[in-house]
Design a protein around this ligand. Sequence first.
Ligand code: KG4
Ligand code: ZN
Length: 368
Amino acid sequence: MTSTTQTVPQVVLGIETSCDETAAAVVRRGPDGAVEVLSSAIASQIAAHAPFGGVVPEIAARAHVESIDGIAARALADAGVGFEDLTGVAATAGPGLVGGVMVGLSFGKAVALARGLPLVAVNHLEGHAVSARLASEVDYPFLLLLVSGGHCQLLAVDGVGACRRLGSTIDDAAGEAFDKIAKTLGLPYPGGPALEALAERGDAERFVLPRMLLGRKDCDFSFSGLKTAAARIAEGLTTAVERADLAAAVQAAIASQLAERSNRAMAAYAVAHEGRGLRFVVAGGVAANRAVRARLQATAEARGFSFTAPPLAYCTDNAAMIALAGAERLALGISDPLDAPARPRWPLDEAAANANPTHVPGRKGAKA
Ligand code: KG4
Ligand code: ZN
């Protein structure tokens, strides 16, 4: 990491390839912090993965290789800028599927080298953390609920790169729970949006599902009991109405757990941040869910916190959030060397993840 203070506007090309979206974007950030998304291009791989019911890493990496040039060119064209107008390049360096991360990071390094631009190797989670700032003014510090397919955590975000973990999942991430339960309901990948659509017609009261960890005094999450209970009920369902009712009950149970744990975190956060402005931000793919947003908004308002969620397009993976995370770092004079590694696991709060891994080592490890 190198550091030289800069006060010029940043025009940053962002690259995102950590999962199943190949994305590139151009974001302009003025010295006053004003943010303008000049373009945000995304090539979704949903059609390539759908036959397998989930993301296949090798297919994802290959699709990123095939799309990255065209998507980056489209992002520049849509923004009306050329490489010569850029002040930096930001590429996701992890956590994520490492084959895909290497594609985007290598592309970013190549542009940086060829054009003599600074490179920022961005933590994908830091991208989600700043995503609400793409469309709304949200000052630091804020309390963040990061809920996506691979991550479920509550973080106190004090500034650029300064995150403290307050809670994390001890098993699945919330999006993972949506996806797996959707699969048992026979819904197509990606399951979260499909389950939300089905739940619209359902009665959330018909099935009683376990309320996980409600008695616990920490801010951790757990979804495995819900997943098991929902799978057991799904096996015995025969009608479309019953399936919609189960979808509604699952969505309500996930929203309720997210709100209950966030409520706990808000109480602790309010004590620690007295007088500094109470802001609650939700980000990540699950933040696109309207029932989840509504529950969290009500919880935040009851606690005296402002509530901000990104526009739907910036909840799920995109490169504008990566470009902004890069621009915020560049504005502080922070960039990374061209040998920055691709990291399959990369917790935002590394100290907390090392001292108290809520996950045993395994498929998800400290990334969740
Ligand atoms: O942030 P994201 O695009 O990728 C990760 O970094 O994981 O999040 C994707 C996750 C998937 O699990 C997807 O099912 C979930 O977000 N998701 C939703 C909705 N839209 C996306 N879950 C529930 N309701 C939605 N509307
Ligand atoms: Zn993500």
